[in-house]
Design a binder for this molecule. Structure first.
Ligand code: ATP
Ligand code: MG
Length: 279
């Protein structure tokens, strides 16, 4: 059961009380929302990220594609410090994360504050199973961001309505389909009004007939200008919603560019083979 202290906690759940993230709407288009430079990550002797650099501007949807084990999840997890990078630079909304030489965070308070600007949506939903959907969505706003309860409830109802779950606020996750649970997880992520949303294969645990309803919600968020980093194996969807596509191969960016080029005219043989293997 996911809790604030579990291995995959909701990032915002560890935020400093009383801090509110800037609204996504406040970010100015054209500014860098996320910039990573020379990101390295090793697990013991296994070097998983070998110097990855990428930038997402405000409002950008960056799709990250690549084979299993190429480092996609590790990269997202480094961005919100669920994993400690081994080296490199991470800048969120223009603020550089202070790291020690070994990549570990030098300023815990800064990490907690910056995490409130990021929201991660996991493959496995990670809802709190012993709470209703409404309780899931209001938890972090009330207990971390100190939003008054009535306001948090009103906002949560709007968000649940937005993801098509207005009539499910009193349901527990176990009584919902995977698609409904993932839409609730997206509503929970939106409740902190994140400036950047990190999606890690949000539809890959779903039965095929439930994928579309979740993609529709993500498509709407993209259309409203949410900045997103989206790890996905839904290539058609990536081509449709992404402004920029990054292909990771063995911990390095093998190729990147606009979707029409990456999908329509891949330059690298590895990317070409990968696209053939997933089509
Ligand atoms: N906590 C960890 N400890 C040790 N090795 C890890 C850990 N997390 C990931 N790895 C290894 O790092 C490599 C990259 O894993 P990662 O989960 O980032 O890949 P991925 O691109 O997300 O793959 P998938 O498409 O299967 O989700 C893999 O070899 C994996 O076994
Ligand atoms: Mg992964």
């Amino acid at each position: 059961m996911p809790t604030a202290a579990s291995a995959d906690p909701d990032p915002a759940a560890t935020a400093t009380p009383g801090t509110r993230p800037p609204s996504a709407a406040q970010g100015q288009s054209g500014q860098d929302a996320v910039r990573i430079e020379g990101l390295h990550k090793s697990f013991g002797t296994l070097e998983v990220l070998k110097g990855v650099s990428l930038t997402a501007k405000q409002g950008d949807v960056v799709a990250i594609i690549g084979g299993s084990g190429s480092g996609k999840s590790t990269m997202l997890r480094c961005i919100n410090f669920l994993e400690t990078p081994s080296a490199g630079k991470i800048v969120i909304d223009g603020e550089e994360i202070e790291m020690r030489a070994d990549g570990s965070p030098a300023n815990r308070r800064q990490i907690e504050r910056i995490r409130t600007r990021l929201a991660m949506v996991f493959q496995s939903f990670n809802l709190w199973t012993h709470r209703t959907l409404l309780e899931n969505v209001i938890e972090v706003p009330i207990h971390v961001l100190k939003v008054p309860r009535a306001e948090a409830i009103a906002q949560a109802r709007t968000l649940l309505q937005r993801v098509g779950l207005a009539n499910k606020e009193d349901s527990f996750p176990a009584f919902l389909s995977g698609g409904q649970q993932q839409r609730a997880a997206i509503a929970r992520a939106l409740a902190v009004d994140p400036s950047v949303m990190l999606f890690d294969e949000p539809t890959s645990a779903l039965d095929p007939e439930l994928v579309g309803e979740v993609l529709t919600v993500i498509r709407d968020l993209a259309a409203e200008g949410r900045t997103m980093l989206l790890v996905t194996h839904e290539m058609r969807f990536a081509r449709e919603v992404a402004d920029h596509v990054v292909y990771l191969y063995q911990g390095q960016i093998e190729e990147q560019g606009p979707p029409a080029e990456v999908f329509g005219n891949p330059k690298s043989d590895r990317l070409r083979q990968f696209l053939q293997s997933v089509s």
